[in-house]
Design a protein around this ligand. Structure first.
Ligand code: EPZ
Length: 432
């Protein structure tokens, strides 16, 4: 099993670049199924979740090619409408193919993606939306079969601005009869990026990023080229790292507006943020200040995906901070591993009480999920001494070549392989 070997305690500095957004690439790649031609997607990150998505497209009959950060998907021929249960459980966001297959093939056979480390991840809102759009959806155990002779536009009021559900409705109704109106949609930038891609292909999607989205169904879409937006969650992870491990760090390839929900937290911690066109420079104070209270919310609120790396910064701030998670029921699972580094974080229900400490010490830990794993990397880079982080397959889902990116700003981090040690418990080194 691979693991990260990190020698922490070094001051990092320089410039680090942000790659394309995972949570934009996945729905956009799935939606290329709607197009009988070759879509060209630039700035597509090379992540394990993206590779699974490209494998699904190939299994459905598409021709897929990657040229550096550009991916070409030719969906002229699609001759399959099934996705295996193993694949669905490997990457639960493959639920996004339900809309693409229904639209292209008129039917889809998939499976319940199942929960993951951060929550049960139900799909009730997705299934109800497909029903509202005129699809016949049957669930039998863990298998889901859906068919629709044609998708009929309708008004859908979402009780919660679910990102995946909003994306599934947009993809399902881009090619359809009539008009679909989504009330209370998710407003994340990734929704707007998906709408931009589909509109470049000839769709008529209005109001993405706002409180109501209107989709005038069209008959067909034509292939186009599209550049994926920068990954705002990766950028906020680098900002958290900069806040605790560097005096000054420049993060390149950002969209300022996408990061506006996190800027106030870093300025309240005492960081100075200097913005230029598509980059920011974060200057950190000698000692970070606590943040009285942070609550994760749907965009444009503070993102749930940014909370774990920010928790590391707060763990080294002066004073006590309160971090409330409102999106996922189990998103603090990383805290027990984080406390092995000497942080002092107590969890009560969905609230983390973070008591700042002076410094962290090395530890051997297991990553349990993608963003929690990133937080452990940040902690290991702050901690004096050598730490090992196991379970980095979680991290590889959303952070491309993280060790190379971090090495470019002076981090001492290596990807190692050791058949024997599969997790922190098996490692020889005494766990603190
Ligand atoms: C997307 O997940 C992202 N994943 C997540 O990022 C992100 O944390 C989340 O949106 C919130 O911003 C991708 O885009 C691939 P939701 P998604 O539907 O679509 C409940 C990462 O680290 N819900 O907005 O699954 C659900 O249980 C990942 O990059 C239902 O109850 O999020 C959760 O509590 C993690 N029924 C809340 O809504 C449903 O049918 C948010 O879910 C659907 C969702």
């Amino acid at each position: 099993m691979e693991y990260f070997k990190i020698c922490g305690g070094k001051k990092l500095s320089g410039q680090i670049s942000v790659h394309g957004a995972k949570n934009s690439a996945l729905p956009i790649l799935a939606s290329t199924l709607l197009i009988k031609g070759e879509s060209v997607i630039h700035n597509c990150p090379d992540l394990s979740d993206v590779r699974v998505t490209l494998d699904i497209l190939k299994s459905l009959g598409c021709k897929v090619k990657r040229e550096k950060s550009t991916v070409l998907v030719d969906a002229s021929v699609v001759d399959n409408n099934e996705i295996s249960e193993h694949t669905m459980r490997t990457m639960r966001s493959s639920i996004i193919f339900l809309s693409a297959l229904l639209s292209r093939q008129g039917s889809a056979s998939i499976f319940y993606p199942g929960g993951c480390e951060i929550g049960t991840r139900p799909i009730d809102l997705h299934l109800k939306a497909f029903h509202d759009l005129g699809a016949d959806v049957s669930v039998n155990g863990s298998s889901i079969n859906a068919c629709a002779t044609s998708i009929i536009g309708t008004k859908i009021i979402l009780p919660f601005p679910s990102v995946g559900t909003t994306e599934n409705i947009i993809i399902a109704s881009a090619i359809s009869k009539g008009k679909t109106i989504i009330v209370n949609p998710a407003r994340e930038p990734e929704i707007s990026d998906l709408a931009d891609f589909l509109n470049h292909c000839g769709a008529k999607i209005y109001g993405a990023g706002e409180s109501t989205i209107v989709i005038d169904g069209v008959k067909r879409l034509d292939a186009c080229e599209h550049t994926i937006i920068p990954d705002r969650i990766l950028a906020s992870t680098y900002m958290s790292l900069g806040a605790v491990c560097s005096k000054e760090l420049t993060v390149k390839n950002i969209r300022q507006s996408h990061l506006s929900p996190v800027f106030p937290v870093f300025t309240e911690m005492g960081c100075k943020i200097y913005l230029s066109d598509n980059s920011l420079t974060l200057v950190s104070p000698k000692k970070l200040k606590r943040v009285r209270s942070i609550k994760t919310m749907p965009y444009p609120g503070f993102p749930t995906d940014s909370q774990s790396p920010v928790a590391v910064a707060l763990a080294l701030a002066k004073g006590t901070s309160i971090l409330q998670e409102t999106i996922f029921e189990n998103r603090f699972r990383y805290v027990s591993e984080l406390n092995r580094f000497g942080t002092d974080i107590e969890i009560k229900d969905n609230i983390a009480v973070i008591n700042g400490v002076d410094k962290l010490h090395s530890a051997n830990v297991n990553a349990t999920d993608l963003r929690g794993g990133a937080a452990l990397v940040v902690a290991a880079l702050c901690a004096n001494g050598e730490s090992n982080i196991y379970g980095i397959e979680h991290i590889d889902r959303g952070y491309e070549n993280l060790e190379n990116a971090l090495s470019s700003i002076g981090a001492d981090i290596k990807r190692s392989k050791n058949e024997g040690e599969t997790n922190a418990k098996a490692s020889k080194k005494e766990i603190e």
